[in-house]
Design a binder for this molecule. Structure first.
Ligand code: DOR
Length: 441
């Protein structure tokens, strides 16, 4: 009797009870059962020797559409995502026009349907002008939450004044994801990076104090507004000290690049390819981020995939734009850290699936449990592979990890039971749908 649409057999499945060698049965796109199921499926997929992880949710990507499609678009960005084992993405609002209106959000959703390889959601961008609309924007289907830039980065979105930060936090209930760099301090010190300055000065100009000041202000206003915030790409030891005392109100993201690269080595080797906001910092900050991962202070890992063309990146600093690609390399780089003993696989799964699901209130994704979407990142923990620019699907065509050999590689990407990547090739059609959230079901 055929009771499942598909059964994955022979793998180690990362269930809510831990890793178990079992078949995994999928019915109508959802996880249906565990056990010996291989005789009762229309389609049996042999994944012997592989590990089936909950689908990776990358909750911070910049896919540039509309307006900046020469860098990336929703099709190329999500193709890179599935090639890298990512099953859902939450996309940032610093496009052109920025995603600050209902029209702009619906436009992005329309563009993603039939073109997105992953499931997707979009952030509503906060600006001093749209504060009154944020409450309704955050309730729209396909919206992951609100994004606020406290310091200027790529694009025009900025909420820098105390009164505006507080107004944004008082408008709505869902999670506000925040880029914490203090705009006042950035402006005061911008002369440090005039023409001819070496790119390593990026981390001096946008220093640890710049990040700490913004995060300190944010936490004060979050408490006053009684609003939960999610602090994006935390990059300093100093902020981690503060954040561990504010776990009731703030969640924490770190990036693979802040855990992997460090100054001055990254700037010497990669030049402006290592330039991003907040910057790559010294090894002592990187080590503090690892400590925070191990202590449980960090809730999730996002890639902050922020593509710019090589031509743009090769402009002399500071005209070179900030941002690294990363959606396709998140899984291999982090599996390599698992293999090197820097974190456990259990911790990684929490950071890349359950973590984003908890933070944003995702409905039906984030773990492999009966009734949940059958979103699976199926990996070979022992495969040794070399990351190269040729493999990168991003229109920008480069990665800071070009030439780096890693242990651990995604072999299948499965979205709602459908295989969309197998052995480094995309399969079928872009079937991405909007991610659903418990607070707006
Ligand atoms: O380096 C960065 N690049 N940091 C950001 O916050 C934005 C991003 C981008 O969109 O290029």
């Amino acid at each position: 009797m055929v009771s499942f649409n598909r059964v994955f057999t022979g793998g180690t499945v990362w269930t809510a009870n831990g890793p178990i060698e079992t078949d995994l049965g999928v019915r109508k796109g959802r996880v249906a059962a565990f056990g010996h199921l291989r005789d009762s499926a229309a389609d049996v997929v042999d994944v012997k020797g592989l590990t089936i992880l909950p689908g990776v949710i990358d909750s911070q990507v910049h896919f540039r559409e509309p307006g900046l499609e020469h860098k990336e678009d929703l099709e190329s960005g999500t193709r890179g995502a599935v090639l890298g084992g990512v099953t859902s993405v939450f996309e940032m609002p610093n496009t052109d026009p920025p995603t600050t209106t209902e029209e702009a959000i619906n436009d992005k959703i329309g563009r993603a349907l039939n073109r997105s390889w992953t499931d997707f959601a979009f952030f509503a961008g906060a600006s001093p002008e749209n504060v009154a609309d944020l409450k309704s924007l955050e309730q729209l289907p396909g919206v992951s939450g609100v994004k606020m830039f406290m310091g200027s980065s790529t694009g025009s979105l900025l909420v820098s004044d105390d009164k505006d930060v507080l107004r944004v936090l008082k408008s709505g209930n869902r999670r506000v994801a925040v880029h914490c760099e203090d705009e006042g301090r950035l402006r005061e010190r911008i002369s440090m990076v005039s023409d001819g300055a070496p790119v390593a000065m990026h981390a001096e100009w946008r220093d640890a104090e710049t990040a700490l000041r913004a995060t300190t202000r944010l936490l004060r206003f979050a408490r006053e507004a009684k609003r939960r915030v999610h602090t994006l790409h935390i990059s300093t030891a100093d902020e981690m000290v503060l954040l561990r005392d504010n776990r009731d109100i703030a969640t924490v993201e770190v990036l693979p690049q802040h855990l992997t690269l460090s100054a001055p080595e990254a700037y010497e080797r990669l030049g402006t390819l290592a330039q991003q906001n907040p910057p790559i910092r010294t090894a002592s900050h990187r080590d503090a981020l690892w400590q925070a991962v191990r202590d449980g202070v960090v809730d999730c890992i996002g890639s902050d995939h922020a593509p710019h063309t090589l031509e743009e990146k090769q402009k002399p600093y500071p005209q070179s734009p900030s941002g690294l690609t990363g959606v396709q390399t998140l899984v291999p780089i982090m599996l390599d850290h698992v293999n090197a003993g820097r974190l456990t696989l259990q911790r990684l799964v929490d950071l890349t699936s359950a973590g984003p699901s908890r933070i944003y209130g995702v409905a039906g994704k984030g773990r492999i449990s009966a009734g949940y979407d059958a979103d699976l990142t199926i990996v070979d923990l022992k495969a040794r592979r070399t990351i190269s620019n040729d493999w990168i699907a991003s229109k920008s065509g480069w990665t800071a990890y070009d030439g780096q050999t890693v242990t651990g590689w995604p072999v299948f990407t499965v979205i709602r039971g459908q295989i969309v990547m197998r052995d480094d090739e995309v399969v079928g059609n872009p079937i991405g749908s909007p991610v659903r959230f418990s607070e707006t079901l």
